[in-house]
Design a binder for this molecule. Sequence first.
Ligand SMILES: [Ca+2]
Ligand SMILES: [Ca+2]
Ligand SMILES: [Ca+2]
Length: 493
Amino acid sequence: MGLDHKGQQHNEDFSAGALVDPSTKTNASESRSKGSSILDSNFAAALDDKLGSALASGQAVKAGNAKRTGVAFDEAGDKIDNHNHGGSQAGGPRRSSSINGDNRVSLNRLKGGVSYDSDTIEHTSASRLANRARFSKGDLIDTGAGVKDVAIGAKGSDVFFGDKGGTNTFTTGTGQDAIILGKQTTNRIFDFDASKDKLVLGNGLTMNDVTIVQGNNPGKGGINQPLDSVNNALVVSKADGQILASLTFAKAANLNANSFRTISDVEMTALRKENIAGFNLQKGAGTISSDQGSNNIQGSSGDDFVRLGGDQVKFKSMFTSGGQDEFPFPNPSPGSSQINIELKGGRLLLNGNYNNFEAAPLFSQGETAIDPNAIILNGSDPVALINGFLATPQDEEGNKITGTHIHFSPAGDDRGNFADATIVRYIQNNVTSAKAGNVTGAFNLKAEEEAALIAGNLYFNLHTNVDLDKDGKAGFPTGENRLNANRNIVQFV
Ligand SMILES: [Ca+2]
Ligand SMILES: [Ca+2]
Ligand SMILES: [Ca+2]
């Protein structure tokens, strides 16, 4: 059996002889709750939610008399493609202080940020970083320059170089990973764990140069969510507002002085050598695969994708026994579902089944309206709801609209619960009876989607609608079963 994700791997101590001398360790660690319930602030923030009295009072709202108080969960309305990492076109409302397309936030935005005295930040070195990676069979991953580089680490304690400009997307995997930040470079980290991972300030950056702040952008956009999403913790340059790190689904309050290290230019030069003892040099351009050993991966000045070669990641089966696990709209459905996934060379293969649902899957009967018997849990307008869906008739791979979707955002692990209704993919849903069926999918993931999957950041929603068995119980258009491919599902082997 492989190692679980970060939360279950405790055999290395980042601060014990590795990156820092224990005698000089700062005591900035603070105990903060990492978990959160569906009632925490993420709930409203993630959805711009107007949940209304329906769920709060335990009452469901029938489609025919749903309150028309605006669209609380305009699912397909959040579907925006072709926007840049800066998120300037990402879905949802924008704030004047938010990102401007250049991976920056306004300096005014930084007033609420937190920083620490540079004297309290430990220095690290090439040997410390390399040794820790080597002993854990981790990798040195330098994607170099480029507009959009993507890299995925595995179970070892990897080092990610994020100091050569452009926008990088990193999934670090398990272990105690180090991400080196630099000027004029934005690093989006899909699975930063403040209890284990470190941000290393390079390019002469000191702690005095940066501020830690929670994002405040309520916009959505799925994998292309705004970098300064309310769900993300940011490390921002005080000088120009450049976002140096966007830690998705992380809380700025969980970072402290011990989350950071600094590294000198001399040490960076040493860490970039091609002949580092114990590492297998892999130079390449474009897609580069790591193997199980310690790799010194050096990408090109163009866009690179460092992915896991071989079978370095597997996924536990996902199962849910009813709508009570649904987030953000728990429901009383007795329906159960199971989905198994595997990843083969960037291709996501998916199969599963569901039973005892209240109604047939949304859109499986060719409907263009919500069944009047359907229950809408968030009080949204059923006409707007269905029109929102219908406005996204297919996903970017051309899969036709179904009520079974892949979305971006985790729930059910130690990061708390989040929801983003933007469609990532439509999953084929094959009805076998009024209340049961099976689901299948085969998707060619883009580099960032693959990184999101391995970070535990995708989930699967099975929505229902039409009361085929005429028992008076129709579907739950805002969600019947949700299965989270979260950190607990991702297994590094
Ligand atoms: Ca590159
Ligand atoms: Ca790792
Ligand atoms: Ca029914």
